[in-house]
Write a protein that binds this ligand. Structure first.
Ligand code: T5A
Length: 210
């Protein structure tokens, strides 16, 4: 694999989608014709994944058990890694991904309460061991993130979870960042978009991931 795999993580409304697009534009300018930058996301980075995403998020009243939820995120990831992420990395592309395995640790592990060993087994099965080269954790107070999301419209099934759930998710990211300081970089997401983007670019310029 000669490409680079860069992931954006964080609580709801942290600004991942906004920052991925700005980062892609900047990286594409930086590389010109030398490399392609590919944006993708989980869940929903494949055709099958879009259907899984719909099942997971779009009906706020659907009764999905926690175990089923964990496996659906795993199924989305397995399909995504095999049919999109690995092929792009094999071609030498820079893949920017909105959420990956740390989301499952934070949401299904810290949020829903699954043992870390169970989460790791699902992630390992889904990815075959693929990890990001670099992960930006856009860290934001959950109340601010949820307010941003609510301004946009009706919350999805996960956004409707309790405030305590979202606080545990943030705690999960904090603990992941403490455990993997070489892979996960915390960015304060409670700053204007351009400031957040400037910090991301600074990290990328200094890292071996580009
Ligand atoms: N999930 C996912 C799991 O539980 N387990 C898993 O394994 C995986 C992969 C995905 C859901 O699935 C869960 C997590 C999620 O609940 P999603 O729709 O992809 O659902 O949800 P998010 O990834 O949270 O996407 P959002 O669009 O809700 O948030 P973003 O992408 O972080 O934020 P963004 O860029 O869309 O911005 C949100 C709003 O804030 C504004 C934007 O303009 C926008 O209106 N904004 C800012 N405002 C002020 N200052 C800034 N710096 C701003 N940046 C953006």
């Amino acid at each position: 694999m000669s490409g680079k795999f860069i992931v954006f993580e964080g609580v709801e409304g942290a600004g991942k989608t906004t920052q991925i697009h700005k980062t892609a534009e900047w990286l594409q300018n930086y590389y010109g014709e030398q490399k392609s930058v590919y944006i993708t996301r989980e869940p929903g980075g494949t055709k099958l994944g879009q259907q899984i995403r719909q099942l997971l998020l779009e009906d706020p009243d659907s009764a999905i058990g926690n175990r089923t939820e964990l496996l659906l995120y795993g199924a989305d990831r397995a399909q995504h890694v095999e049919s999109v992420v690995r092929p792009h990395l094999d071609r030498g592309d820079i893949v920017l991904c909105d959420r990956f395995t740390d989301s499952t640790v934070a949401y299904q592990g810290y949020g829903r309460g699954f043992d870390r060993s169970e989460i790791d087994r699902v992630n390992q099965l889904a990815t075959g061991g693929l990890q990001s080269d670099l992960t930006f954790w856009l860290d934001l107070d959950v109340e601010i993130g949820l307010q941003r999301v609510l301004l946009r419209g009706k919350p999805d099934r996960m956004e409707q979870a309790t405030l305590d759930f979202h606080r545990r998710v943030r705690q999960g990211y904090q603990e992941l960042a403490n455990t993997y300081p070489d892979r996960i970089v915390r960015i304060d997401a409670n700053q204007p978009e351009l400031v957040v983007q400037a910090e991301i670019q600074t990290v990328l310029r200094q890292s071996e991931s580009i």
